[in-house]
Design a protein around this ligand. Structure first.
Ligand code: URA
Length: 213
């Protein structure tokens, strides 16, 4: 499934004022076993256009395997489709300072700019369960007060936030959400790996329950 081209063009226009680069479409089947909502693409993804194809993506594929699903069976998207960056210094090979772009978390304005595309996917991709990866995806769908550290590994059945006239409002429809950590979180905090493994086992059981839909 791919979002309509006019919607992608609108998203590109809405994000123009912000320091971001590239554009990555969500990808996967229209009737996936899961829909995954990440944060924003990084350098690898904007280079090849494939979501979660970099270092975090390699970890994600291991997690999916634990949950008993293959990449081709899931729809992968994110709150923001362009790479948010900031400039920083790095030491060059001869000791001189070189400026380079670093990844950063998307801001609420950037998330709002790309909200119509995620709204479209939530409505048109028929996934029995939406897995949010990290706080950015979780907060985009259920508001800023919730934290992945409190809700990970639990199935939530509730409405999600969607944009109407540039304001978020709750959907009438209820969705099944399964929050877990962003795969890149283990690069900074290795102890999260055990929690993610336990979440993937729970997800595997939950998916079996809804596999006939
Ligand atoms: N993180 C995301 O949320 N999406 C990607 O595609 C890569 C890293």
């Amino acid at each position: 499934m791919r979002i309509p081209e006019e919607l992608a063009e609108l998203g590109k226009k809405r994000i123009e004022p912000y320091p971001v680069e590239g554009f990555v479409y969500g990808s996967g089947p229209k009737h996936p076993r899961l829909m995954l909502v990440g944060e924003a693409p990084g350098e690898t993804e904007i280079g090849n256009g494939i979501p979660f194809s970099g270092r975090a993506g390699k970890e994600l594929m291991k997690f999916l395997e634990m949950a008993g699903v293959m990449r081709e069976e899931v729809y992968i998207t994110s709150a923001v489709r362009s790479r948010p960056y900031k400039w920083g210094e790095k030491n060059g090979p001869d000791g001189t300072k070189i400026m380079r772009k670093y990844n950063r978390a998307p801001t609420s304005s950037e998330i709002l700019a790309h909200a119509p595309m995620l709204d479209y996917e939530i409505e048109h991709v028929h996934a029995p369960i939406i897995v949010t990866l990290g706080n950015i995806g979780l907060n985009r769908l259920i508001g800023n007060k919730k934290k992945v550290s409190d809700l990970h590994g639990e199935l939530l059945v509730q409405p999600v936030l969607r944009l109407k006239c540039d304001q978020y409002e709750w959907t009438e429809k209820q969705y099944r959400l399964f929050p877990t950590f962003h795969p890149a979180s283990i690069f900074y905090n290795r102890s999260l790996l055990q929690l993610i493994h336990a979440d993937m086992e729970k997800l595997r059981d939950i998916m079996q329950e809804f596999s006939g839909e």
